[in-house]
Design a binder for this molecule. Structure first.
Ligand code: BGC
Length: 754
C-alpha cells in the first residue's frame, strides 16, 4: 500500500514538473527577430524589382507554405497568449508569415493607438514601460497634425525597439454617436479631420518601416454588438461619410495594411465582403497592401474570405484551415492562383518594408526616453479643451491665480486615479502616471500652497472643503469600466443583440447607454455648484457627454480627456496659465441626447444615415450645447480680411483663401483656424457645410498673422451613385473661415467652379 502511494506520489510529481515546464515554456515565449538578412536578397529599389522578388519567392513555396502565410500563428500557439495575458499580465507580440527555408522572417504585430501595446519581457519585472500618450480623441482635439506625426514617430521608434514591425493602428472609425465605446481610439466625428490625422499616423509609422494597419474597415462605430451588427448604409453615405478617411490613408499614405471589421456591411461580414475588400479597396482605390482580419471573431468562412480578398486571418489559424482551403481548390470553389494573389500582397508588403533602409537605429534606450515623455505632456496640453470660463467680477475663473498661501481642493473619485482609458487592445504599460491630484500638488509646491485631496465619499464634507478653499478642481468622468473595448464573447454579444438589451452586469468597457456622467459625479457637481467662484469641473473621458444637468451651475469646464502618463502635469500647467489652452472639440456636444442619431449598443441591424454630428445639427437647425470645433483660450483671437485668392477656377484647380488672425489677448497662444465649404447652391441634397482645411497657428500677444488655406476642387465633390462617380458641381460655393463651426464664429466669402 505504502509502495503504491509512493509510486502515485512520484507520478504526480513528474506530472507537476512536466506541467511547470510546459507553463514555463508558454510563459517564456520565443521572441523572433523580424529583421531580414539583407545579404540574402537582391535589391528592391524599384517596384518592378520588388514584384520580381516577390514572384520568385512565391514560386518556391509549396501550397502548404503558402497557406502558412494566410494566418498569424497556428491555433496551438493560442495558449502562449492566454497564459501570458491572464496569468502574467503580459502581451507578447503576435507573429505572422515568415518562412525560414526562404530566409523570410515573420512579422510581429502589436496594437498601439496610444503607445506600444505589446510589452517587452523586461517591462514586467522591473516596471519599465513605454511612452503612453493621451488617447486619439484627445489628440484629435489638438487639431495639430504635425504633433500627431511627432507622436507616431515616437510610437514607431518604440515599436521597432520592441521588435515590432506591424501595428494595429490608427483607428479611423467615425464617431457617429458619442456613446460608441471605442470613441477614444478614433479622432473625430468628421471624416476630414479623421483622414488628416490618420494620414499623419500612417506616414510617421511607415517612415520607421513599421507596417501600419488602419482599422476597422469598415463602419465599426458600435462596440457591444460589433460581432453581429449588420450596418445598412446607402452608397453616397458610404462613399462620402464612412470611407473617405480610409481612402486617404490608402491613396495618400500607401498604408501597408487594413484590418477588416467584425460587423457586417450590407448583409455581409466585412471579413468576407467582396464589395469592400476587392471592388472598392483594390479595384477602385488601387490598394496594394494586405488585409488582416479583426481578431478571433473576424473570420467566418474561408472560401468566402479568400474570394473576397482577406489576406491574413489573425491572430490564429481558426478558419483558414489547410483542409478547407485544399478542399476548396479541389472542388473548384477557389483556385491556387487566388491564394497566390493573397500571399503576394502580404509578402510584397513585408519585403518592401523589411528590405528598405531604416532611417536610424532602434536601441532599447529609445523606449520612454525623456524627450518622448515630454512630448506626452505637450500633447496633453495641446489637447485640453476649455469649454467654459465665466467672468466673475471682471476676471475669468481660469487661469487660477498663482498667489501663495492658498488652499487648493482637488475633489472627486477620479482625482487621484491612474486613469488612461481603455484596457482592451489600446492599453499600454507605462513607467508611471501623474494623476490630476499629483500634478496639481506638485505644481503648488513651488507656490507654498496647501493642496487637499478629497475622494468625494462624503458630499457634505466635500461641500465644506469647497466653500473654504481658494481654488476648487472637481474631477469627474469615466474609466475603462464605462467605456472602451468590450471584451465579450461573440456568443454573448449575439444573445444581447437578439434581445436588444444587456444580458449580464456591465463589466469592462463597451458603449455608454447614457451620455450623462455617473450619478455620483452628477451629485457631486450639484453639491459643489455655487460653493466657490474659483471652481472648475475637469472632465476625464474619451467622447462627448450630456452636461445639461449641471452646465449652467458651474463657472468653468475643462475637457482634459484620458491625458496620458503626464496628464496631471499638463492639467496643472493649463489651470495655472503656464500653457494657454488651444484644443477644440473634435465632435459636437448636443443639448440633449435625443438630438444625436439613433444609437443602441444591442442590435443586429442599424442604418447609418448621411447626416450625423455637425452636418445633422446644421441641416436640422439644431443648436448644439457646444459646436464642433469650439474651444476657448486665455487669449482673444479675431478674424478679419477673408480673401479668396482664386475666386474662379476649374475642376482641376485649387481654392486658395487667406485670412488675418489677430491675438487681441494679453498672452501668447495657439489658434485653430478652420475652413468649411458651403453648398447653398447645390442641385442635390448636401450638408450646409463641410470641414475641408484647418491650421493651428501660434500667435504672440497682439500679433497678427495671415493664414493661407487651400482646398483642391476634387475635395468639393459629391458621389453620384447613379453614375458611380465623384462630381464637382459647377456652381458658386461659400467658404466659411473662423474659430469654430458655429455660424457666429465664421467669416464668409464665395467662389465659383466652372
Ligand atoms: C480589436 C482590434 C485589435 C485586436 C488585437 C480586437 O479585439 O478589435 O482593434 O487590433 O483585437 O488586439
Amino acid at each position: 500500500m505504502k509502495k503504491t502511494l509512493r509510486i502515485i506520489g512520484y507520478i504526480l510529481l513528474v506530472l507537476l514538473l512536466l506541467m511547470a515546464v510546459m507553463l514555463y515554456n508558454i510563459y517564456d515565449y520565443t521572441e523572433h527577430s523580424v529583421e531580414f538578412d539583407k545579404t540574402k536578397f537582391a535589391s528592391v529599389q524599384t517596384n518592378e524589382k520588388l514584384d520580381q522578388l516577390t514572384h520568385s519567392l512565391l514560386k518556391q513555396m509549396s501550397l502548404d507554405e503558402k497557406i502558412q502565410q494566410l494566418y498569424g500563428r497556428p491555433l496551438s500557439d493560442g495558449m502562449t497568449l492566454v497564459i501570458n495575458g491572464l496569468l502574467f499580465g503580459r502581451t507578447p507580440p503576435v507573429y505572422g508569415g515568415g518562412n525560414e527555408r526562404l530566409n523570410i522572417p515573420p512579422y510581429a504585430f502589436s496594437d498601439g493607438p496610444r503607445g506600444v501595446r505589446a510589452n517587452k519581457e523586461r517591462t514586467v519585472g522591473d516596471k519599465l514601460g513605454v511612452t503612453s500618450f493621451p488617447v486619439s480623441m484627445a489628440r484629435g482635439a489638438s487639431w495639430d497634425v504635425e504633433l500627431e506625426g511627432q507622436i507616431y514617430d515616437v510610437i514607431g521608434k518604440e515599436m521597432r525597439a520592441s521588435g515590432i514591425n506591424y501595428t494595429g493602428t490608427p483607428t479611423i472609425n467615425l464617431l457617429r454617436h458619442p456613446g460608441w465605446g471605442r470613441a477614444q481610439e478614433a479622432y473625430s466625428e468628421d471624416p476630414w479631420l479623421m483622414g488628416e490625422f490618420g494620414l499623419a499616423a500612417v506616414n510617421a509609422l511607415q517612415h520607421h518601416n513599421v507596417m501600419s494597419c488602419a482599422k476597422h474597415f469598415a463602419l465599426n462605430s458600435i462596440e457591444n454588438s460589433r460581432f453581429v451588427v449588420d450596418v445598412e448604409v446607402d452608397e453616397r453615405t458610404l462613399r462620402e461619410v464612412y470611407l473617405p478617411h480610409f481612402k486617404k490613408v490608402v491613396q495618400e499614405g500607401n498604408v501597408a495594411s487594413l484590418m477588416s471589421s467584425y460587423n457586417k456591411v450590407l448583409g455581409e461580414y466585412a471579413g468576407n465582403n467582396h464589395y469592400l475588400l476587392t471592388d472598392i479597396l483594390r479595384d477602385e482605390w488601387g490598394f496594394e497592401g494586405f488585409v488582416s482580419s479583426d481578431w478571433f471573431y473576424g473570420t467566418h468562412d474561408a472560401i468566402a474570405s479568400i474570394q473576397a480578398g482577406l489576406n491574413v486571418e489573425m491572430p490564429y489559424q481558426k478558419v483558414y484551415l489547410n483542409e478547407t482551403i485544399e478542399q476548396g481548390i479541389k472542388d473548384g470553389e477557389i483556385t491556387e492562383a487566388q491564394i497566390d494573389e493573397l500571399v503576394f500582397d502580404t509578402l510584397r508588403t513585408q519585403l518592401k518594408f523589411g528590405l528598405a533602409n531604416d532611417p536610424m537605429a532602434y536601441p532599447d534606450s529609445i523606449i520612454a526616453a525623456p524627450d518622448s515623455i515630454e512630448l506626452t505632456r505637450i500633447a496633453a496640453e495641446k489637447s485640453m479643451v476649455l469649454l467654459k470660463n465665466s467672468k466673475i467680477r471682471n476676471n475669468n475663473v481660469l487661469p487660477f491665480s498663482k498667489k501663495e498661501n492658498q488652499t487648493v481642493a482637488v475633489i472627486g473619485r477620479l482625482a487621484d486615479m491612474e486613469n488612461l482609458g481603455d484596457t482592451g487592445s489600446s492599453k499600454t504599460t507605462e513607467p508611471y502616471v501623474v494623476t490630476p491630484f499629483e500634478g496639481i500638488r506638485d505644481y503648488n509646491k513651488k507656490l507654498g500652497n496647501k493642496v487637499v485631496l478629497d475622494d468625494a465619499s462624503d458630499l457634505s464634507a466635500s461641500k465644506k472643503l469647497a466653500q473654504n478653499a481658494d481654488q476648487v478642481i472637481v474631477v469627474v468622468g469615466y474609466t475603462h469600466v464605462e467605456e472602451g473595448e468590450f471584451l465579450l464573447s461573440s456568443e454573448e454579444a449575439n444573445k444581447a443583440a437578439k434581445l436588444g438589451k444587456r444580458t449580464g452586469p456591465k463589466t469592462d468597457g463597451g458603449d455608454r447607454e447614457s451620455l450623462k456622467l455617473n450619478p455620483e459625479d452628477e451629485a457631486l457637481i450639484q453639491a459643489l455648484a455655487k460653493t466657490n467662484d474659483n471652481l472648475v469641473v475637469v472632465y476625464v473621458g474619451g467622447s462627448a457627454i450630456d452636461l445639461s444637468a449641471w452646465d449652467s451651475q458651474v463657472p468653468a469646464i475643462l475637457f482634459s480627456w484620458y491625458s496620458g502618463m503626464e496628464g496631471g502635469n499638463a492639467l496643472a500647467n493649463i489651470l495655472y496659465g503656464d500653457v494657454n489652452p488651444s484644443g477644440k472639440l473634435p465632435f459636437s456636444i448636443a443639448q440633449q441626447e435625443s438630438d444625436y442619431p439613433y444609437f443602441t449598443p444591442y442590435t443586429e441591424k442599424i442604418t447609418y444615415g448621411y447626416y450625423h454630428g455637425y452636418t445633422l445639427f446644421d441641416k436640422e437647425n439644431i443648436k448644439p450645447a457646444y459646436p464642433f470645433g469650439f474651444g476657448l483660450s486665455y487669449s482673444q483671437y479675431d478674424y478679419t480680411e477673408l480673401v479668396v485668392n482664386t475666386p474662379e477656377f476649374t475642376e482641376t484647380d485649387t481654392l486658395n483663401v487667406s485670412v488675418t488672425v489677430t491675438n487681441n489677448g494679453q498672452v501668447a497662444g495657439e489658434e485653430v483656424v478652420q475652413l468649411y465649404l458651403g453648398f447653398d447652391n447645390s442641385a442635390v441634397d448636401r450638408p450646409v457645410k463641410l470641414l475641408r482645411a484647418f491650421d493651428k497657428v501660434h500667435l504672440e500677444a497682439s500679433e497678427s498673422k495671415t493664414v493661407n488655406l487651400t482646398v483642391k476642387a476634387k475635395d468639393m465633390a459629391w458621389y453620384n451613385p447613379e453614375s458611380k462617380a465623384w462630381q464637382v458641381e459647377k456652381m458658386t460655393y461659400q467658404v466659411h473661415v473662423g474659430a469654430s463651426s458655429a455660424k457666429k464664429d465664421l467669416l464668409m466669402a464665395e467662389f465659383s467652379v466652372h
